[in-house]
Design a protein around this ligand. Structure first.
Ligand SMILES: Nc1ncnc2c1ncn2[C@@H]1O[C@H](COP(=O)(O)OP(=O)(O)O)[C@@H](O)[C@H]1O
Ligand SMILES: [Mg+2]
Length: 479
């Protein structure tokens, strides 16, 4: 059974007939088919043109159709989804214009993550050396060392579950630098020092809170029809980007395959350019690959961005549904962006797309969605449907109530601290610590014996999991 299609707006001419007209229904010009969302979508436009309001309306509509969504909220301004609307004059005016009344306003079941909500965590071993290195913005040498550190943890059977595990692994490598040489090759003190400094810098910016257990259980995202809101307003862009890349890979790897038209989860990535900023080419190609393949898992992605040129070409080429809000075209760079945006639409003889992009009012957009056969419909110019929830964010008290009533709170907001690298290394009676005056060179025998022991027992199995990077999942390096 296909889901009911979403009428995303009304053309200005219809709206201008000021007599009371009924709320818009689906026409060939204004319809978004939910089953086409796994073909991915983009919302573009300059600041203040209506992107976030459009995103909000679509999330609401998906929610009423029983589809779970995960929305990233960089400014912390989407919490109002959890409260009924009617607070904004502009929205009220449009509600009236669309033939709706106050009964239209309502709240939506919200599950808040991030700031003031549930902790969305992963473990360093899940994230893997590649993405951790990216998060730390390591250079090639340092990145190589990061892989080596994970390999050492692997061989040694050290579990990397939280931030202090990473710290103790680095300190361990520093202490045993010379011993490690025989077994693993050079551990450059300069690179080690640089990694330490970058770790410290990131820690003061809150990266440590991203790591730990309980890690996110993907089932909690896809079961039920909640709107999951990830408030990333206190998250550094680099951390935010990595978290989303990881999430994409996890979803791809762990969700079962579904039929072509089955939709299970829709992700809305606001400020999507942060995903791709400075992304190395090989990683970018892997992301393009995941975005392509994640369709088969019933996951649709919305990229929300100011400039379509911020999104890699190969990802743009995959996007099926397009909503384009106004963009300025004063500078040559802006003109290029407008041209690129205009060219991505299927033409409509009645609309000069490039010109219209410069003229669109706030809350108005050029729209072209895929029809039921997956063919892009000709571009149309629409006033976007107003949302039903409140624009004003939740205040601290409302957030607290929401969190208190969230059945997942017990599960996520009690941090576990299992035995892992930090404790393992503390418990291990290291010759280095017991005989501080003896030079390191005299002890490799002990260490190598220990390495062997760890490697043959529990190290190998868990290790395989430990060293996998995010993208190992795709390239088959994982298993
Ligand atoms: N569809 C709409 N209906 C009514 N008002 C809208 C609509 N879209 C945008 N607006 C108005 O424009 C303001 C800015 O929109 P917003 O979505 O926050 O812009 P952006 O995310 O592009 O920066 C909103 O606060 C609201 O007042
Ligand atoms: Mg916005």
């Amino acid at each position: 059974m296909p889901l009911p299609p979403i009428p995303i707006g009304m053309d200005a001419a219809t709206a201008a007939i000021n007599s009371s007209h009924p709320p818009p229904t689906n026409t060939s010009a204004n319809t978004l088919f939910p089953e086409m969302l796994s073909r991915h979508s983009i919302i573009c436009g300059a600041t203040g043109t209506g992107k976030t309001v459009t995103l909000r309306f679509l999330t609401e509509q998906l929610n009423t159709r029983g589809i779970a969504t995960l929305v990233t909220d960089l400014k912390g301004d989407l919490g109002g989804l959890g409260a009924p609307g009617g607070d904004s004059e502009k929205v009220s005016a449009r509600v009236k214009l669309f033939g709706l009344d106050r009964n239209y306003y309502r709240s939506f079941p919200l599950c808040q993550w991030g700031r003031g909500g549930l902790s969305m965590r992963t473990t360093p071993s899940e994230l893997g050396p590649e993405l951790i290195g990216r998060m730390l913005q390591l250079n090639d040498n340092q990145q190589g060392l990061m892989h080596l550190l994970f390999h050492i943890a692997d061989v040694q059977g050290l579990l990397l579950l939280d931030w202090k595990d990473l710290w103790s692994l680095i300190n361990y490598a520093e202490r045993h630098r010379k011993d490690l040489l025989t077994e693993f090759g050079t551990v450059s003190p300069a690179s080690l020092g640089a990694i330490k400094r970058k770790f410290l810098a990131l820690e003061t910016r809150g990266a440590d809170t991203l790591f730990g257990e309980p890690a996110l259980d993907l089932n909690d995202l896809v079961t039920g029809n909640h709107t999951h809101l990830l408030d990333a307003s206190d998250m550094q862009p680099a951390i935010y980007g990595i978290l989303l890349l990881w999430l994409l890979a996890e979803l791809y790897e762990n969700l079962p395959e579904v039929g072509d038209r089955e939709l299970r989860l829709v992700l809305f990535f606001d400020e999507a350019h942060l995903l791709f900023d400075d992304l190395p080419k090989n990683l970018c190609e892997e992301v393009e690959q995941i975005v392509k393949l994640i369709r088969s898992r019933g996951v649709g992605v919305f990229f929300i961005t100011q400039n379509p040129l911020d999104i890699p070409e190969n990802i743009l080429a995959q996007v099926g549904n397009r909503i384009q809000h106004a963009m300025r075209a004063y500078t040559p760079t802006e003109q290029r962006a407008v041209k690129a945006a205009a060219n991505s639409f299927r033409t409509n003889p009645e609309i000069d797309t490039a010109k219209a992009i410069g003229e669109l009012a706030v809350g108005e957009a050029l729209v072209s969605c895929l029809d039921r056969d997956g063919v892009p419909q000709p571009v149309s110019r629409l006033l976007i449907h107003p949302p039903a929830s409140r624009l004003r964010p939740l205040d601290a008290e409302e957030r607290a109530i929401l969190l208190r009533n969230n059945p997942l709170q017990q599960k996520y907001n009690r941090k576990l601290d299992r035995q892992s690298a930090y404790e393992q290394l503390q418990n291990r009676r290291e010759p280095a610590e017991q005989q501080p005056n003896k030079p390191h060179a005299k002890k490799p025998g002990t260490l190598v014996t220990e390495l062997d022991r760890m490697a043959t027992s529990f190290g190998r199995q868990i290790g395989k999991e430990l060293v996998r990077g995010l993208m190992g999942a795709l390239t088959g390096r994982k298993r």
